[in-house]
Design a protein. Structure first.
Length: 100
C-alpha cells in the first residue's frame, strides 16, 4: 500500500499481521526482494507503542500480542532488527526448527 504495509484484500486497510503472512510466503519461494523491505519495516515500527510496548495492527491503534508477535516475526524475516532469525513456515526460531 502507499504507506508501506500490506493488506489482505482490496479496499482493506494495511495490517501488521499481513507483514508476516505475505512476507513468509515470499520467503518460502525466495522472493522477499520483490517488496520494499525498508518501507514495510517502517510501517511495522510506526505501529509500535513506544510508551507501553507492543505493536498494533496499524499505527495509532492499540497493540496486542497477536500483532506484536507477527510484527516482530516480519522484522526478523526482513533482517531489519537485531532479532533471532525465524523460520518462514513454522514461525519458530531457526535454531529450534534445526533441532527438530
Amino acid at each position: 500500500t502507499p504507506g508501506g504495509g500490506f493488506n489482505g484484500r482490496p479496499e482493506k486497510a494495511p495490517d501488521v499481521c499481513y507483514s508476516w503472512w505475505i512476507l513468509s510466503a515470499l520467503a518460502t519461494i525466495d522472493r522477499v526482494h520483490w517488496i520494499d523491505g525498508a518501507r514495510l519495516a517502517a510501517f511495522i515500527r510506526a505501529a509500535q507503542d513506544e510508551e507501553d510496548g507492543g505493536i498494533a495492527d496499524r499505527p495509532g491503534d492499540v497493540p496486542d500480542v497477536f500483532h506484536t508477535f507477527f510484527g516482530l516475526a516480519g522484522l526478523s524475516l526482513l533482517r531489519e532488527e537485531d532479532l533471532t532469525p525465524i523460520h518462514p513456515v513454522y514461525a519458530l526460531p531457526m535454531a529450534v526448527v534445526q533441532r527438530m
